[in-house]
Design a protein around this ligand. Structure first.
Ligand SMILES: *[C@@H]1O[C@H](CO)[C@@H](O)[C@H](O)[C@H]1NC(C)=O
Ligand SMILES: *[C@@H]1O[C@H](CO)[C@@H](O)[C@H](O)[C@H]1NC(C)=O
Length: 201
């Protein structure tokens, strides 16, 4: 076989391997693609990167000298998940934690339980800022990681589903409303499962 053919074959094999990795799913539109058993109808690619941001935070915090500044920056501004969303805003976890949500039974329940409209953000800011009782590395790292991984990802999943229900009802009342409940469900899935097999669901 000529060298060029061998090279071509090698490139083709690499392309196959690359095609199978989950990294690609977040690199372009998810519309029409099946990933982890779910077929997206709309493009929610940027949201697949939220779990990457959480994994990066875990990586920089689970060390002897946790890098809280870098971790906080990822939370505030996003790292992989930084691209603009469909509605034009930048996607960062802080925005997810703090944007105003209306008519959402579950989110309201969290707010009531913690007696704080920005309960998620408040916990995180305290842990990042070393505010007692979150003043040991152990407490800070645990709180940050668990609040992002469990509370933010899960409560945001329900936020999107509640929004989807609201939008279905709104559309019933006015079919020409520019809302897309399917996009909401896709987004919920993207945030919850994440882009990587070794990170996220
Ligand atoms: C998600 O992150 C990967 C890098 O890990 C990047 O290649 C991709 O463009 C990002 N996707 C979006 C939609 O931002
Ligand atoms: C229905 O929604 C469209 C698009 O937002 C709007 O222009 C129209 O006024 C709404 N109709 C009613 C009856 O509210």
């Amino acid at each position: 076989m000529r060298t060029s053919s061998v090279l071509l074959l090698a490139v083709a094999a690499l392309a196959l391997v690359a095609g199978a990795t989950s990294a690609d799913i977040a690199a372009s539109s998810t519309a029409g693609k099946t990933y982890k058993g779910y077929t997206f109808a709309t493009d929610t690619a940027p949201y697949l990167n939220i779990s990457r941001d959480i994994c990066l935070i875990k990586k920089v915090l689970n060390t002897k000298q946790p890098d809280y500044t870098f971790a906080k920056g990822i939370y505030m501004d996003g790292y992989y998940g930084k691209l603009a969303s469909k509605d034009g805003g930048l996607i960062a976890m802080r925005r997810m934690a703090t944007d105003v949500k209306t008519n959402e039974p579950l989110w309201t329940q969290y707010q009531k339980h913690f007696n704080n409209p920005v309960w998620l953000d408040d916990l995180l800011v305290r842990a990042f800022g070393k505010v007692p009782p979150y003043d040991s590395d152990k407490a800070r790292v645990q709180l940050i990681v668990k609040t992002l991984e469990s509370s933010l990802q899960v409560s945001y999943l329900f936020h999107e589903l509640d929004q989807a229900i609201n939008e279905v009802q709104a559309k019933k009342a006015n079919a020409s409303l520019d809302v897309d409940p399917v996009y909401r469900v896709d987004k919920a899935w993207a945030i919850f499962v994440g882009a990587d097999t070794d990170c996220g669901l």
